[in-house]
Design a protein around this ligand. Structure first.
Ligand code: IPM
Ligand code: MG
Length: 356
């Protein structure tokens, strides 16, 4: 099968980790007889430096025309003082919005080989951690009206968090469907004791819950969720939540797995077009050092094959390869443990590719 993939390396460690994921994709193409064609587009700080904008119109068009999009990471201290309109993150949000990628899936799985790397006690994680965070990605406070004005000589800032029923309903459906394919448990996270958007969220989810009687549904407040994720993470199967809560909780959850470097994500639309990226950032402090963990990005391309291209065997193959490499004791610096073998970013990519 021939597939066009638009590749957004981005900033910091972006180019290094994406290179390894592409290496793995090339190996899959070779083994299964596929043709993956890559089109590289600048995004984030590197695009600001070249073109004065975080993504060009032409670049955005290449994302829309692709069969799927692969992203490294954007941003860094160099561009922190850019005006809000041209910050690197702006491009990422624009791609999510323009491609209609409203459903962000963030699987949080503790590889058994890494149980020592998790900061939680063995007694808490002994049953394993395997949950799916379904984050709404194109609504809420990220995209609501923003304002900074001066009132009585003092600066006042406002960010509005809007949610409409259809936005809640479509992400709710993704979450219920995901729960049906997993352990049929769904926790909907909100702040309905305070926020109007959360009360609408809860009402809409309850309506959907009637359509999915097989799913064990519960409401949970976001602050309590933050606590429960540490106290008893194995109680969760699928978690669904709005954009900003999902951003925060997915970073918290990633730590259960030992390293944020392990976590992939898929951002999906109504159709087959998706964007795939690790959940971590551009890590400018280690950029160019060939020490970053490429596994989150490699696992993201496995999700690309599964969700956008319906290539289940190929996706399984990548995930098994990652497992084998971890079984053999190879670790990047972030997940290194005594007695194991420390490897660089590109060596980790080579090892995974060679297991396919
Ligand atoms: C993420 C990131 C982004 C977000 C940033 C870079 C805008 O933290 O994908 O989780 O907040 O969505
Ligand atoms: Mg985040």
């Amino acid at each position: 099968m021939k597939k066009n993939i638009t590749v957004l390396n981005g900033d910091g460690i972006g180019p290094e980790i994406v290179r390894e994921a592409v290496k793995v994709l090339d190996r899959v193409a070779e083994k299964y007889g596929h043709g993956f064609v890559y089109t590289y587009v600048d995004i984030g700080g590197c695009s600001i430096d070249k073109y004065g904008v975080p993504i060009t119109d032409e670049g955005m068009k290449k994302c829309k025309e692709a069969d799927s999009v692969l992203l490294g990471a954007v941003g860094g201290p160099k561009w922190d003082s850019c005006p809000a309109e041209i910050r690197p993150e702006k491009a990422l949000l624009a791609v999510r919005k323009e491609l209609g990628l409203f459903a962000n899936l963030r699987p949080t799985k503790l590889f058994s080989q890494l149980s020592n790397a998790s900061p939680l006690k063995e007694s808490v994680i002994s049953k394993g951690i395997d949950l799916m965070i379904v984050r709404e990605l194109t609504g809420g406070v990220y995209f609501g009206k923003k304002e900074l004005k001066t009132v009585n000589g003092e600066e006042v800032a406002t960010d509005i968090m809007p949610y409409s029923v259809h936005e809640i309903e479509r992400i709710g459906r993704v979450a219920f469907e995901s729960a049906m394919k997993r352990n049929k448990k769904l926790a909907s996270v909100d702040k309905a004791n305070v926020l109007e958007t959360s009360r609408l969220w809860r009402k809409t989810m309850h309506r959907l819950a009637f359509e999915y009687p097989d799913v064990e549904y519960s409401d949970i407040l976001v602050d309590n969720t933050a606590m429960q994720l540490i106290k008893n993470p194995t109680q969760f199967d699928v978690i669904v939540t709005e954009n900003m809560f999902g951003d925060i909780l997915s970073d918290e959850a990633s730590m259960l797995t030992g390293s944020i470097g392990m976590m992939p994500s898929a951002s999906l639309s109504d159709g087959k077009l998706g964007m795939y990226e690790p959940i971590h950032g551009s890590a400018p402090d280690i950029a160019g050092m060939n020490i970053a963990n490429p596994i989150g990005t490699v696992m993201s391309v496995a999700m690309m094959l599964r969700y956008s291209f319906d290539m289940k065997d190929e996706a399984d193959d990548i995930e098994n390869a990652v497992n084998k490499v971890l079984d053999s004791g190879y670790r990047t610096a972030d997940i290194m443990q005594e007695g194991l073998i420390k490897v660089s970013t590109d060596k980790m990519g080579d090892l995974i590719a060679s297991e396919i």
